[in-house]
Ligand binder design. Sequence first.
Ligand code: 2AM
Ligand code: CA
Length: 280
Amino acid sequence: MARSALLNVMTQAAMKAGRSLIRDFGEVQNLQVSMKGPADFVSNADRRAEEIVFQELSRVRPDWGFVMEERGTVEGRDPQHRWIVDPLDGTTNFLHGIPMFAVSIALERDGQLVAGVILNPAMDELYTAEKGGGAFLNDRRIRVAARKTLPEALFGTGIPFLGRGDHAGFLYELRQIMGETSGVRRMGAAALDLAYVAAGRLDGFWEEALQPWDVAAGAVLVREAGGFLSGLTGEKFDHMRGDIACGNEFMHKALVDQLKKARAQRRRASAPAAETPAAD
Ligand code: 2AM
Ligand code: CA
């Protein structure tokens, strides 16, 4: 498959960072049994991968800026273009020796997402998409799943954890959606969840409080695979805000409806109980 020059540049950077992550992942697996554990080692693996992506992309497009997980925002001389990069999405998986992690690179042009590359180096799965050019897994064209009804649907999500997110609110969402569908998966790498929606493996995905680098490349993939994206209550999707709900046309709508029901349930549960008339 002939890739555009742009996707080639992004793919080369992702693969080089991926090779570094795979070397470090081997070491993480050895460190699992040590008392100290692999935490510091993993932060370094993350920084090394980011440095590789930064150097590779800066070399071929010296004027373009960056938004990166570790480095933050780097202004470029070209005001039109910037890369949005997560060098290691699924850090907790990586730290625990679970091979579900990814390098995620997106390109923004004039504020719009125009290309995305996600690489799972442990599974040799490379997802690429460019605006108007479709979405691919390795060399194969991918499409969102065709399923139309909730009982046959499998959804992905992210579960809030210690110190992060709205735990009580999430439980309302989960209770609503698990009761209506074939199931819910929590894989721990938002970029891969979105790639899985694009590949038709998951019928949809929702999560709140993500970062631009978690969702930017995946959003291009889902769109180019024929999917629909929004915020959690159906508002226009904005990759700089961290809320996302997506799926094919039907599943996206059904998911947003379920999330609205979950909010209504929560509101009812937290409303003060109606006053009971006093007995006299
Ligand atoms: P990370 O692995 O790059 O940290 C899991 O639900 C998803 O949430 C992952 O994509 C993970 O990205 C992301 N995540 C983890 N901690 C986060 C935080 N504090 N804020 C936003 N996203 C986070
Ligand atoms: Ca991330």
